[in-house]
Design a protein around this ligand. Sequence first.
Ligand code: 5GP
Length: 178
Amino acid sequence: MSIVKIKDKTFKTFIPESEIQQRVKAVAEKLNRDMDGKNPLFLAVLNGSFVFAADLMRYITIPSEISFVKLASYQGTASTGEVKEVFGVTEELHGRHVVIVEDIVDTGLTMKRMLETLGTREPASLHICSLLVKPDKLQVSLDIEYAAMEIPNDFIVGYGLDYDQQGRNLRDIYRIIE
Ligand code: 5GP
């Protein structure tokens, strides 16, 4: 168990790198089975999913593509409830099998917004792949087909996720100590 301090907050190890890798690999294997022959387009949501997306893609063994989109709706340790626009989608989504790659689904409002926005571009199918899900915080109903891990409501950092833009480089996932 290790402790890290980021700015004014203290965090302790929650999910070690080895377990993260096992879970990411398991999700990738499910995608390899389900998406075989569909040339899926992975749309990874920056910034938080960049580490997850990089590991996930390297466990994907079927022909596929990846691109990155951006939105931001979160500051500090509490969701502002504000959801911003999706931008950076330059690919033609019409007729494509699209998999949204997110770091974490918390209230689900961000993901719902993404589904609505991307849905207007008429993909053949639209799927959710999230490294983490906080099931007790979900405010909307979402079909999260590819979730690597479910976690309790604590605020977490590491493996791409930040606290006030820091901590994304941590190899393990850490939870906040209140
Ligand atoms: P939602 O719209 O589902 O409430 O929020 C989703 C976004 O909030 C995530 O993409 C992520 O950026 C941020 N978020 C939610 N929970 C956490 C958390 O525990 N840690 C960090 N670092 N970000 C979080």
